[in-house]
Design a protein around this ligand. Structure first.
Ligand SMILES: Nc1nc(=O)c2c([nH]1)NC[C@@H]1CN(c3ccc(C(=O)N[C@@H](CCC(=O)O)C(=O)O)cc3)C=[N+]21
Length: 295
């Protein structure tokens, strides 16, 4: 039997707790916490994510502005926008939607965000804190949203005991998901392997995993027979694939149908990790806001 881990339920819980804190913040400080999102160009998928974030922020009593810049914006202009948000005392969180057009260096822009406002948790200062922490504290650190959301679902599903000493395999080595995810699992006493596109015999490596995190961005790459019986599977992928009606549909990095009956738990796509990513972004915004007013 495979149980689905319902991202909508977990995300609603995170948002409910965040909303209570956002309302208390507003009562104490005379303004709502604020998350500003910078988006460059008009990639339809990027637009869709940004709209979801704006809607969820609003429902969670968090304010925000969307700063829309043309595809052709220069490096200097974008750095200027970020500097303005850093200097604006009313802004608690800054998110620069990635990826950026080729002429802009994403890491340079991340580095320019004030670490205290870096609600993505991508700034080297926040990355360093995560990698050196002896204990993971989502109240005291800005942890990248997708790995944090994945960890919270794992903790709610199998508990700390369900992670300690277990073999975890993270497929994917991005700075946004793979590397921080591996670090979180390591902090919870998993034995962690980071696998990637050059890994020899990837199916065999995955078959060893008690906890399998797929973050490769390839539709349904992880097959049913890559999954150990009883493994917990976290599917981070969000891939749009064509359908006959031309509308397309969203699938993960795991062939979910094949995983059913093998995994003990799996996150569905959609309705899994993605929902928690947005909820954790709002969580990070209230953490950043509270830390800033404390000084
Ligand atoms: N600086 C930055 N930070 C990000 O966190 C960031 C980013 N850039 N660029 C783009 C990606 C993508 N991303 C998603 C968040 C939620 C869903 C989500 O809620 N997905 C729904 C379904 C989506 C659908 O149906 O289209 C789900 O999984 O159920 C998806 C994708 C955040 N990103």
């Amino acid at each position: 039997m495979t149980d689905l881990i319902d991202g909508n339920v977990h995300a609603a819980n995170v948002r409910a707790r965040t909303k209570v804190r956002a309302e208390a913040f507003a009562a104490a400080h005379g303004r709502k916490p604020r998350l500003d999102v910078v988006i460059v160009g008009n990639n339809p998928a990027s637009r869709a994510y940004v709209n979801t974030k704006a809607k969820m922020a609003h429902e969670t009593a968090i304010d925000g502005r969307l700063i829309e810049l043309p595809e052709t914006v220069s490096k200097e202009e974008l750095l200027g926008v970020i500097a303005g948000l850093n200097a604006d005392a009313g802004v608690d969180g800054i998110l620069v939607q990635l990826p950026l057009p080729d002429h802009l260096d994403g890491q340079m822009m991340i580095d320019a965000i004030h670490p205290a406002k870096d609600v993505d948790g991508f700034h080297p200062m926040n990355v360093g804190k995560l990698f050196t922490a002896s204990r993971i504290d989502p109240e005291a650190m800005l942890i990248p949203c997708t790995p944090l959301g994945s960890l919270l679902m794992l903790l709610d599903t199998v508990g700390k005991e369900g992670l300690s000493g277990k073999k975890a395999v993270v497929v994917g080595r991005s700075n946004i998901v793979g590397k921080p995810m591996a670090q979180l699992l390591l902090a919870y006493d998993c034995t962690v392997t980071i696998a990637h596109s050059r890994t020899k015999d990837l199916p065999a490596v995955c078959r060893e995993a008690d906890i399998l995190v797929a973050a490769v961005g390839r539709p349904e790459m992880v097959k049913g027979d890559w999954i150990k019986d009883g493994a917990v599977v976290i599917d981070v992928g969000i891939n749009r694939v064509p359908t006959e009606d031309g509308k397309g549909r969203i699938v993960g990095d795991v062939a979910t149908n094949e995983a059913m009956g093998k995994a003990s738990y799996i996150t569905p796509v959609p309705g899994g990790v993605g929902k928690m990513t947005v909820a954790c972004l709002l969580h990070n915004t209230i953490v950043a806001a509270e830390a800033r007013v404390k000084g």
